[in-house]
Write a protein that binds this ligand. Sequence first.
Ligand SMILES: [Zn+2]
Ligand SMILES: [Zn+2]
Length: 340
Amino acid sequence: MTDIRRVVVTGLDTVELRTEPRADLAPDEVRARTVTIGVCGSDTHALHGRHPLIPIPYYPGHEVTGVVTEIGSDVTSVVVGERVTVEPTLPCWACKQCRRGEENLCENLQFFGCGYPQGGMADEFVVRADRLHPIPDGMDDVTASLIEPLSTPVHAGRIAGPLTDQAVVIMGCGTIGLLMLAVARYEGARRIVMTDPLASKRDIAVRHGADAVVDAAQADLVGQVRVALGESADVVFDCVAIQATIVAAIHLASKGGTVAIVGVPSADVVIPTITVQDNQIRIQGCATYLPQDYAKSIEMLLAGAVRATDFVTAEFPLTQAREAFAASSSGQEIKVLIRP
Ligand SMILES: [Zn+2]
Ligand SMILES: [Zn+2]
């Protein structure tokens, strides 16, 4: 095989399947045959021109697993035949954040599958070996496809937490909200209330173990959530990050509480600074993850804290990437997978 197929978003709402030559392999890189690619909210937002940071055209596929087929001459950390998943952040390892082990905050950060010339939505991918995590033998491919998506809420829970015995609100019952719920449960939160404007999504949240759900569209959202929670919220995870949810989150937080912004906002919002100051609210941005979050994500998946069959609700071949994006945008699916 000399050519590979690659999905490229070539324009607004335009998904193409291109044929291109295989990429060369640098000494520190690995080539892998793609096994699964998750379609992420950030992918569909970029497709529709709603992602603030991803230019079009772009090469999607940051939630990717594969089997190593070739290793560069300097690579010793993985072997041919090994199953791997990608940590798609591409840090410089030289800036001050990288040097102190916060490479998710790299000043020169590039991102595999987001605004970088390579993504995983292709027959194979080439990536630096230091970006790979081995998939445990006992974990099936579909479960492994959730390692990256789960790592985002794991990271959010870690930097906004600890969540043990805390009163938690999660705004948004989409994929990230439901994974955030799994993290809060795993970490031993005392009570978890979730909000969403869609009854169908609230029902799913209840089935996934939310203690209570509240319609985010109703006028007295803050009052209703507080009743459902029985107290103010120690931590609010905003997995929607629009004007209405962020204002509600700040008013839901207890004095000294934390509002964690987990969802990718499509625009800036105005925040109630009087409440933030007077109630000493901590507004915590949450950006991707670190290797320790991948480790916790793998631990949670091995422990059965997240069941892949509850999340992966549709699969498509690479030739139907357009349909996969449409299914992911529809709001009817939780996590859509592509399998070349
Ligand atoms: Zn993602
Ligand atoms: Zn850096």
